[in-house]
Design a protein around this ligand. Structure first.
Ligand code: SF4
Length: 118
């Protein structure tokens, strides 16, 4: 396995452990690796669809955060969100007849699945 592939695996492993998007600038520090090498590895991972990078604004600062894209197998472990089979889906939205912020089925699903993920 080449050094660049090893670095990509190392980064993916770190991102999966973190469970939340992390600033790109933190990855090199956390792995104690040259930031240019990390930046190139992240670009390759993004091109291959294994990670996503998005800008977010935090305390007025624009940050580039990185997170892994889940595989089909990882998604298969999560039960389907109730909205997919809900007969009220077309009438559901904030301020509409059915409101997701007040929906017991969705709230129960979110609580149950957040406990599974921790
Ligand atoms: S939030 Fe509730 S009511 Fe709305 S689509 Fe999902 S399950 Fe149905």
């Amino acid at each position: 396995m080449s050094r660049s592939v090893l670095l990509e695996e190392q980064i993916l492993s770190l991102l999966r452990k973190m469970r939340t998007p992390i600033p790109q600038s933190q990855i090199a520090k956390m792995l104690n690796i040259d930031s240019r090498l990390v930046s190139r590895a992240l670009a390759r991972l993004a091109r291959s669809g294994k990670i996503r990078r998005n800008y977010v604004t935090l305390n007025g600062k624009r940050l580039l955060v990185v997170y892994p894209v889940k595989t089909v197998e990882e998604y298969a472990d999560i039960p389907y969100i109730p909205c997919l089979l809900c007969p009220n889906l077309n009438k559901c939205g904030i301020g509409q007849e059915f409101d997701p912020t007040k929906c017991e089925k969705l709230t129960h699903w979110l609580i149950h699945n957040s406990e599974r993920g921790s």
